[in-house]
Structure formats: structure tokens, C-alpha cells
Design a protein around this ligand. Structure first.
Ligand SMILES: Cc1cc2nc3c(=O)[nH]c(=O)nc-3n(C[C@H](O)[C@H](O)[C@H](O)COP(=O)(O)OP(=O)(O)OC[C@H]3O[C@@H](n4cnc5c(N)ncnc54)[C@H](O)[C@@H]3O)c2cc1C
Length: 569
């Protein structure tokens, strides 16, 4: 007797949640127009691309620093699957669709639905694509005409032979989150800018261009003293220009994605938006890559679930199939609720992005989006990491095996809560967005509005849970002064996750009401109820004293009276 491996079906046809979301959010004629491309991608993701990923799962990128005659060449050789992903991505317009804007504000929904289907069958080729999207939007908004006109058509090309991708070189040895510490220097030499320094994590090192940060000589410290630069990394023959690849990173996951350490030694660069405030200027790129991250987090949950569902119908244990075991079904139902909620949250960020680019957002909409981008990224990434752990357990021992392909899902997913801002760093950024853009009120208004669409009795409890969590978050924020800065900051992660989970639940409620009304389908309602029961409001009214947190975190001495100091006066 042998165990049957799980099988993937066409990932578009098989995904009720994505299909229903697009039926609700896209006009009928737009859905009709875009559906063939989604169907094609769904078939590729379950077939050719998935098979390539499995066949080349061990063929990691190789760095060849020198040729046989000792010349420095710094070639990074990629596997054939990776090259095919590049071709499919260009041909299917995984970046271009968002810029051709054939369907106005809905173009981003079309684009990201393609991305969602493609991601988990692409060995994380979505990483260079995300950065390419971020670079394209930055150039569209900030690029000098000469750069824009020459480079944008390349980034947005559907021709696999001429398309370019972009990197994003921010992290240095001294700082990834705190990029204000960056040490790379920009010097004006004979009227052109040249960069000198080390970039410590550069994924997609084979890209032709990059956006990066450097400090023009004489500028002050911090993020304000940095400038945003555009780099054309390669010459016409594809050789790196005054850039050395020091080595490729040896990583836990995303092993087929080439991530390198680079030394820039006089690399030509063009400032994009003046010679300061680079950290603020690169925000456009980060907002895009964080949106990609949220969509890929939802995609990761979806892939784990699709495989686990299929396997439950194949695996026999204790006298019946796993698909008949109440406890296994309960476990999968939690995963399904998380997947549907993550999908709703990620695609709401996509919806607002499309509307912003189409000039359809008012001030409240802009403010909501500024807060939603970090919130959606951090919330869905944590959901994906937890979900990947549950998903591999659903296969028992096979889930732990490299050659089952499942371990890779677990390892790759872990990066989603680290790059583009860790959970805590984004929680701090969310607080900044609330202060700068006065974003909390409009954000919470969206929770109330979506939860308020509930009319069916099945949705009363989840709608109430979403609203109650949102109100709790509002009172936490207005209580900031009484808590004091330390206890306030210490709670920001739970605060941000509460914002994310309450909006995700409210969106799920709205989707569920629509599905009940339009299609007589109660599965999204069941997901909303399950999600509400899994914890939405994570805030604590009686926070742990700061001294206790410190002592626990660092295992330092703690006296009994310090454990009971309560909220700071
Ligand atoms: C596979 C991979 C590929 C990558 N590719 C790229 C790339 O292409 N380009 C690029 O620029 N970077 C890239 N990175 C780097 C990545 O973006 C950074 O590692 C990430 O932003 C975290 O920065 P750090 O490593 O400096 O961690 P740190 O900032 O040192 O974080 C360490 C810990 O401190 C916490 N922390 C930090 N600040 C705070 C705070 N204010 N409050 C509370 N907690 C805090 C963090 O949450 C984290 O838990 C990549 C990383 C990986 C793993």
C-alpha cells in the first residue's frame, strides 16, 4: 500500500473564495474580460509551473565570481524554471496589467489576482516582480522624463526578450529596519553621481536596474540625509557596472531566489527626487511591495489549504478518510477561515490602491490606504506563517519532508513577516501613519461600514465582534496618554493586529452577506463565524508592567512589587 500525494486542480477554477470575491467586486463585463487570463494562470499554476518548481527545487542559484582566466565576472546562474517564470510573468503581464489600466481602477484587482495564482508555483519569482512594480510606480511618479521614458517601457514590457526587472537595495549591515543608519555614500564626480558602499541583502541580484538609498557627501545623518537613487546595474552586454557580488546568502527559505551581498564601488546612479529625504521618497516602492507581500501571504495560505483539502480525501486512518474525521475537519476549517479573511484584507488593499491610482479616493480614502498598507502586510504575514505550520502538520510526516514539496512552503512563508518590514517595525509605522494622516477614524469607519452590511442572523455575532474590536482599538488609542509612552508602544503589535483582524472580519462579513443574498452560499458566513471565534481583539486592558516585560524578555532580576505596578500614571 502506498500513500497518494496531494494533487492541485486549476487554481482559478478550484478557488471559490477568489472567484466569489471577484464576482462581488468587479463589474460583470470586466470579470468577463479578465477571466480567460485567470483561467490560464490557474492552469499553469497547477500544471507546468508547479511541475517546474518541483523538478528544480534543488537547483539553487550559483555565483561564479571569476572566469577560467581569472577575470572577475560575477555571474549568477539560475535554473531553467526561474527563466521560464520570467517569461510567463512578462507574457501574462504580472506587472504590466497594473499599468496598462485597461479596466481603470479595477486593473490592480486583475493584476493581483494573477499574482495570487502565480506566486506559490514560481519559486518566489514574485519577489523581483514586486520590486519591479514598486520601481515602475516610483518612476511614474518621480522619475526624470529621460529615465522614465527609457526605463518604464522595459519594466512594463510583455516581451520576455526585452523586459527588465528591478531590485530594491536598502538593507545594509548596520540596518535593515533602521535604514537611516545607512553608510553608502554618494559622490558627485565630474557632474555624475557615483555610489560607494555595501548593500547587505539584495534579492533578485540578476535584475537590470534598482532603486537604492545613499547619503550625498556632506549630508546630515538619519533618513533625511539619504537620497533616493536609480541605478542601472548592467551594461548592454549584461555585465555589472562597478558592482561586485560578494556572495549569495545562504537562507532558510526562498532558496531559489538569488539574494546577494553587493559592494558598490563608484556605481553610476541618478537621484530621483532631490538629494535628501530618501526614506520618505522610497515609500512608494515599499507601499507596493507590501501589497504584494499581503497578496502572497494570502496565496501561501491558499496553497497549503488546497493541498491539505485534497490530501484529506486521499488519506485513510483509523477506519476512514481524514475528510470524515471531525477533529481534522475542524482544524482545516480554521485554516480555511484564516485564508478567506487574509484574502479579503489583502484584496481590499489592492482595491484601494487601484482606486487611488485612478484618482477616485477622497482624503479619508487616502488616509485609510496609508494605514491599511502596513496593517494588511503585517496581519496577513503572521496569518500565513501560522497557517503554513498548520498546513504541513495536516500531512503528518510527509509534510516534514523536503521531497514532498511541503517543507518548502513552510520555509518560504517565513520570510513574509520579515522582509518589507517586520511585524513590530510595521506596527510602529502604522502608529506613525495614524498620527501623520489622522488615519484611525477613517480606517475604523470601514470596519463599521462593512460589518454594518450584515443582515442575516448567521452574521450577527461576527459583525458584532468586528465592531467591538474596532471600538476597543479606538479607546486604546485615545487612552495613550494615561498609559504612558512605554506601555503604549509595548502594545502596538497587538493593537495593529486587532486593527487588521477586525477589518478582515468586517470584509468577510460583507462578502458573506453578499454570498448569502446572491448565491445562497453560506460558506463565507461559516468562515466569518469561525474567524470571529479564533480571536480578533488581541488588546489587553491590564498590560503587563514594563519592568515585568523587561525581566521576562531578558531574564533580568524582578522584585515582587514591580510585577504589580499596573498602568503607568
Ligand atoms: C530572504 C531575504 C531577502 C531580502 N531581500 C532584501 C532586498 O532585496 N533588499 C533589501 O533592502 N533588503 C532585503 N532583505 C532584508 C530585510 O528587508 C531586512 O532583513 C528586514 O527589513 C529586517 O531588518 P534587519 O535585518 O535589520 O532586522 P532588525 O531591524 O535588526 O530587526 C531585528 C528584530 O528587532 C525588531 N525591531 C527592530 N526595530 C524595532 C522597533 N523599533 N520596535 C520593536 N521592534 C523592533 C524586529 O521586529 C526584529 O524582530 C531581505 C531579507 C531576507 C531574509
Amino acid at each position: 500500500m502506498y500513500q497518494d500525494p496531494p494533487q492541485l486542480q486549476n487554481q482559478w477554477r478550484d478557488d471559490r473564495t477568489l472567484r466569489a470575491l471577484l464576482r462581488r467586486t468587479l463589474p460583470r463585463d470586466v470579470l468577463h474580460d479578465v477571466e480567460p487570463s485567470l483561467d490560464r494562470m490557474g492552469a499553469l499554476a497547477a500544471g507546468e509551473l508547479y511541475e517546474l518548481a518541483v523538478a528544480h527545487r534543488l537547483d539553487e542559484p550559483v555565483h561564479v565570481p571569476f572566469d577560467a582566466w581569472g577575470r572577475r565576472i560575477d555571474e549568477v546562474r539560475l535554473n531553467p524554471a526561474w527563466r521560464e517564470y520570467a517569461r510567463v510573468a512578462a507574457r501574462e503581464g504580472l506587472v504590466a496589467t497594473g499599468y496598462e489600466r485597461q479596466h481603470g481602477a479595477f486593473s490592480r484587482l486583475h493584476q493581483f489576482a494573477l499574482v495570487y495564482l502565480f506566486d506559490r508555483s514560481s519559486q518566489v519569482y514574485t519577489c523581483p516582480l514586486a520590486m519591479t512594480d514598486g520601481c515602475a510606480r516610483t518612476l511614474e511618479l518621480l522619475g526624470p522624463a529621460a529615465v522614465r521614458e527609457r526605463v518604464l517601457p522595459r519594466l512594463l514590457s510583455r516581451d520576455p526578450d526585452t523586459v527588465w526587472t528591478s531590485g530594491q537595495w536598502m538593507t545594509e549591515r548596520i540596518g535593515g529596519s533602521d535604514v537611516g543608519l545607512s553608510e553608502t555614500v554618494a559622490r558627485n564626480e565630474d557632474g555624475v553621481w557615483r555610489l560607494y558602499g555595501t548593500k547587505w541583502f539584495t534579492s533578485a541580484v540578476t535584475s537590470q536596474v534598482a532603486l537604492t538609498l545613499a547619503r550625498p557627501e556632506g549630508n546630515g545623518p538619519g533618513g533625511k540625509g539619504l537620497a533616493l537613487f536609480f541605478v542601472e546595474a548592467r551594461d548592454a552586454a549584461g555585465r555589472l557596472q562597478r558592482i561586485t557580488v560578494d556572495r549569495l546568502k545562504e537562507k532558510l527559505g526562498t532558496k531559489l531566489l538569488p539574494t546577494a551581498e553587493l559592494t558598490l564601488d563608484g556605481t553610476l546612479a541618478i537621484p530621483l527626487a532631490g538629494l535628501s529625504n530618501g526614506v520618505r521618497q522610497i515609500a512608494t516602492m515599499l507601499n507596493l511591495t507590501r501589497t504584494w507581500n499581503a497578496v502572497c501571504s494570502a496565496a501561501s495560505l491558499r496553497r497549503g489549504l488546497a493541498l491539505a483539502r485534497d490530501y484529506a480525501r486521499r488519506r485513510f486512518a483509523f477506519g476512514m478518510m481524514l475528510s470524515e474525521k471531525p477533529l481534522h475537519l475542524d482544524t482545516l476549517s480554521v485554516l480555511a477561515a484564516e485564508q478567506e479573511a487574509a484574502l479579503q484584507l489583502a484584496f481590499y488593499a489592492v482595491t484601494l490602491l487601484g482606486r487611488e491610482e485612478a484618482g477616485e479616493l477622497d482624503d479619508a480614502g487616502h488616509a485609510t490606504l496609508r494605514l491599511l498598507q502596513p496593517i494588511a502586510k503585517l496581519t496577513t504575514a503572521r496569518m500565513a506563517v501560522d497557517g503554513a505550520s498548520e498546513a504541513i502538520e495536516a500531512f503528518g510526516g510527509a509534510g516534514y519532508l523536503e521531497d514532498s514539496g511541503l517543507a518548502e512552503l513552510m520555509r518560504d512563508t517565513h520570510v513574509l513577516s520579515i522582509w518589507e518590514g517586520t511585524t513590530n517595525v510595521l506596527a510602529v509605522e502604522a502608529a506613525r501613519a495614524i498620527r501623520r494622516a489622522d488615519a484611525l477614524k477613517p480606517f475604523l469607519a470601514q470596519v463599521t461600514a462593512h460589518a454594518g452590511l450584515a443582515r442575516h442572523p448567521l452574521l450577527t455575532a461576527p459583525a458584532h465582534a468586528a465592531r467591538a474590536a474596532a471600538e476597543h482599538a479606538a479607546s486604546f488609542w485615545s487612552d495613550a496618554v494615561r498609559r504612558g509612552p512605554v506601555l503604549f508602544e509595548a502594545e502596538l503589535r497587538r493593537f495593529s493586529l486587532t486593527l487588521g483582524r477586525s477589518l478582515a472580519l468586517a470584509l468577510l462579513v460583507a462578502q458573506a452577506q453578499w454570498a448569502l443574498d446572491e448565491e445562497g452560499d453560506a460558506r463565507s458566513a461559516a468562515a466569518a463565524r469561525r474567524f470571529a471565534a479564533s480571536g480578533v481583539d488581541l488588546l489587553q486592558d491590564a498590560p503587563q508592567p514594563a519592568a515585568a516585560s523587561r525581566a521576562l524578555a531578558l531574564d533580568e532580576p524582578l522584585s515582587p512589587f514591580e510585577t504589580d505596578e499596573g498602568v503607568e500614571k
